[in-house]
Write a protein that binds this ligand. Sequence first.
Ligand SMILES: Cc1cc2nc3c(=O)[nH]c(=O)nc-3n(C[C@H](O)[C@H](O)[C@H](O)COP(=O)(O)OP(=O)(O)OC[C@H]3O[C@@H](n4cnc5c(N)ncnc54)[C@H](O)[C@@H]3O)c2cc1C
Length: 417
Amino acid sequence: MSIAQTDVLIVGAGPAGLASAIQLKRQGVTRVTVVDREPEAGGMPRLCHHTGFGVWDFHRLYTGPQYARRYVALARELGVELLTETTITGWRSERALTFTSPGGLGAIEARAILLATGVRERPRAARLIPGYRPRGVFTTGSLQRFVDEEHLPVGKRAVIVGAEGVSLSAFMTLTGAGVAVAAMITEFPRDQLYLPYAPAKWWLMDVRHPTPIRTATRITRILGRKRVEGVEVESLSTGQRQVIPCDTVVFTGDWIPEHEVARKGELAMDAGAKGPRVDGQFRTSAPGVFAAGNLLRGAETAATSAMEGRFAAGHIADFLAGRAWPRRRLPILAQSPIIWAFPNAISVSDDPTRLKRVSFRVEKFIDDAVVQVRQGRKVLHEQRFSHLLPNETMRMKGDWLSRVDFGGDPPQVILTG
Ligand SMILES: Cc1cc2nc3c(=O)[nH]c(=O)nc-3n(C[C@H](O)[C@H](O)[C@H](O)COP(=O)(O)OP(=O)(O)OC[C@H]3O[C@@H](n4cnc5c(N)ncnc54)[C@H](O)[C@@H]3O)c2cc1C
């Protein structure tokens, strides 16, 4: 087995990994290696052939592939080593990862590692929807690969399961490929096409291709043996069932972090976010191992992932320059209906004054909410929210982080009212 050496090994050449690599080079780190299992670097945006990328990080509106190309070009210009078709398979030691590639098996040893492996959508099989396994069932990711990469015909009439940002992406791909969308369905009482998606929703789904969004509705069965012939849906308010004829079903959202590498490294994981636990400096529980981007908790925008990668780079550079790894840290726990809080750990050496905000997500619509952070019986923070929205990152003040007692229980983020 060949063993290569580098200063920073980054797993995942999406916005988080590439933005981090670029920043590390700008900060003078000599050898930065980014590996990705795909034949091309760029991550998820490479497959999203619609606009909506780059506004926050490049101040320009790009399509996904244009955005991915911009990051890849910057990384190459700065001398980042990009290894594609290289899948990380496990850990050889604390800071060495094994890989498989068309050139064979090998390992890469690094002084620091950043995991930025992104997320995937939960496929139909994992959602336990009854029915046969006919052709015509996709996730947004597999649909976009099918249409934009393979240029294959999809169908004529589709149903989209989910009504959030990524569902709109599926809508654009379908209508762009000439497929009519019969309905978008969501189990929530309202759609989650909030700003910045609301104008696109109005233009695409109200004006150009008028399409119903069926709220409080769940899919109970997929009909058809060889090819999808329809979906059976159930109203959650009346219990009434109905068949919507269609030849295509797209399951959107419901993200699962690509956490295999993190799990194999036995990193502490967050039960709600399903990604590795990180503190405010993107440090995991393993010394020298950092994590950033969607891997941490599910899908945010590409710019959020890229910014996280960039911030993580600063902390990685400090670590390479000799900053000690914290010896004590506490997890930050979330209690249902709060799914996760971020950061989901706090270390003794975190500088709480730099963390102005703590973000979190909830699993349902909640009005007039009071969110508390408690450590044991002590209330560290309390904040009122007129609305908490699912599939949307909410933010609370972060000043309570400086009041955490490292000798006490883990802080808990809970809903009280
Ligand atoms: C359909 C869709 C539409 C979207 N539309 C928008 C939009 O309009 N605007 C916007 O801002 N955002 C959009 N997003 C979100 C955006 O794409 C993501 O937020 C962003 O790509 C996350 O970046 P990342 O680097 O964390 O992960 P990713 O981009 O997912 O990159 C992770 C990379 O890690 C690689 N990897 C995983 N495991 C391994 C391994 N073991 N070995 C080697 N490589 C590995 C993967 O191949 C992948 O390339 C969309 C997402 C989807 C799915």
